[in-house]
Design a protein. Sequence first.
Length: 190
Amino acid sequence: MIADYFVFAVKGIANRKLRSWLTLIGIFIGMMAVVALVSLGQGLQDVVNEQFEKVGGNRIIITPGGGSGGIVAMASSTMSSAKLTDDDVETVRSVRGVDKAIGLYATSLLADFKGEKKFLMVFCSPTDSESVNFYKTLDYMIVEDGSYLNPSDKFKVTVGRTLATDYFKYPIKRGNKISAEGYDFEVVLT
């Protein structure tokens, strides 16, 4: 009985060559499409996972008064009446499972660079060795030109690449001065 089905199938393929070839080509293209989609999906997942690892999927940002989290929440925290204190940072440090807790103050201020005044988002953070070592693990805080600030650096600032190259009319370079709140700050790295 199985032999009869096999003979019937072979005769059908032989009698309908064009239809048989088109069917085979369709099956082949379908298999290639499935493999390609699975590969693209896996590649996209790998890229997303890699980006989360750079930021740190095991890190959280706590902002006063709630918020959506991230840089936007830090920016909006300057407008909130709620404030986090050093005691709050110590409380977070004491929570079981927390390896490190770093306090970061974010605000906006009017800055002057070579006569051009613009509002900047400013982040103030500790410069002790533990904090600096933590910053080195964050992809968006890697120093490209210069060195990290240390506790003895007064009136010195670091600027990000976008601020250094695209924000003001003239590019900001190491050694330049930026004025804000009546003080001159020397750029030590970008």
